[in-house]
Design a protein around this ligand. Structure first.
Ligand SMILES: [Zn+2]
Ligand SMILES: [Zn+2]
Length: 351
């Protein structure tokens, strides 16, 4: 038996998104079948459906910031029950046996590699590909399903499943907390969550934005200070101050002025730049203060659950604009134009 559901997908590289029917796999013993209520729009979705990250198996149904309600559980599922509110993020499978998987770092799986929530081969259906969260339902292995703490706005929870864990994981890894000064460069979908997390973790939090107009907004998000990157005097005054910089800046930016802001042993963590840099890096800037550049990609399953629980304790959600499914193409154009504060979420009941 198969399960046909309605979805929003792209049938070709240049095609707009449109309603299509897709087939979900029949739930197996370890699977959870979820009725999707909210699906965040991530910039990765746009890169993927527009073919900017290489060939994809069309139709592509994007969406990896998924919140919904459990409809059905397989016979071996122990952690979830029908009716429970749950989430699904960027990956839906990994080998489960490599050192990284055993360490719950499935996103860095060196066995089969992580299997992504959309546009990756669907293991249970030969020849088929995974479809993401812009759909009425999804069927996912229990290992990649998360509990959603009670009391949070569910639309604002959806972006936590990608944007949230993408910034939470490096903040934890590089030790953000009391006594540390953490800067967040770029205050958008990722950056606004990084500011909230850094503040809640107890770090002295500095928002770095190119626009003076965002100052009040940054303070409201929880920043202790705002540094305007277009102000040379302010940038000079912040020299060697930060223990960690979480950089959500777009791919093609000059890192050197930001590296100068790092304290001794400070780390510049790249999470927003997926393509290569086209600007040279000045190495003495690293050596003179034993600075590092790091990168980070989403986070593992245990840490994702920890992040969601942390959000429950601290009342953290993303700032979102909820839209109906038929607005998705306009929403994409507005994301590309930077015209959203800070994340679109599709009301999946309109699909
Ligand atoms: Zn994403
Ligand atoms: Zn693995």
């Amino acid at each position: 038996m198969t399960n046909t559901v309605r979805a929003i997908g792209a049938t070709a590289e240049a095609a707009p998104l449109e309603p299509i029917d897709i087939v979900r796999r029949t739930p197996e013993a370890n699977d959870v079948r979820i009725s999707i209520t909210h699906s965040g729009i991530c910039h990765s979705d746009i890169h993927t459906v527009r073919g900017e990250w290489g060939d994809r198996p069309y139709p592509v149904v994007p969406g990896h910031e998924i919140v919904g309600t459990v409809l059905e559980v397989g016979s071996d599922v122990t952690r979830f029950a029908v009716g429970q509110t749950v989430g699904v993020g960027v990956i839906v499978d990994s080998c489960g046996t490599c050192p990284e998987c055993l360490d719950h770092l499935e996103c860095y799986c060196t066995g089969t590699g992580p299997r992504f929530t959309y546009a990756d081969p669907e293991p249970q259906m030969p020849g088929a590909f995974t479809y993401g969260g812009y759909a009425q339902e999804i069927v996912t292995a229990e290992r990649f399903v998360y509990r959603i703490p009670e009391g949070l706005d569910l639309a604002g929870v959806a972006p936590l499943l990608c944007a949230g864990i993408t910034v939470f994981s490096p903040l934890k890894h590089w030790g953000a907390g009391p006594g540390k000064t953490v800067a967040v460069a770029g205050i958008g979908g990722l950056g606004h969550l990084a500011v909230k997390f850094a503040h809640a973790l107890g770090a002295h939090t500095v928002a770095i934005t190119s626009s003076e107009e965002k100052r009040d907004l940054c303070l409201k998000l929880g920043a202790d200070e705002v540094l305007v990157s277009s102000d040379p005097a302010a940038m000079a005054a912040a020299d060697s101050r930060f223990d960690i910089i979480i950089s959500t800046l777009p791919s093609d930016h000059d890192m050197n002025p930001y590296i100068s802001l790092l304290a001794l042993d400070g780390t510049y963590v790249v999470v927003g730049a997926v393509n290569d840099l086209n600007r040279p890096l000045t190495l003495p800037g690293l050596m003179m203060r034993r600075r590092s550049i790091g990168g980070s990609m989403i986070g593992g399953t245990v840490e994702t659950q920890e992040m969601l629980d942390f959000c429950g304790e601290h009342g953290i959600t993303a700032d979102v604009e909820v839209v109906a499914a038929d607005y998705v193409n306009q929403a994409y154009d507005r994301v590309v134009a930077g015209d959203v504060a800070f994340r679109f979420v599709i009301d999946a009941t309109t699909i």
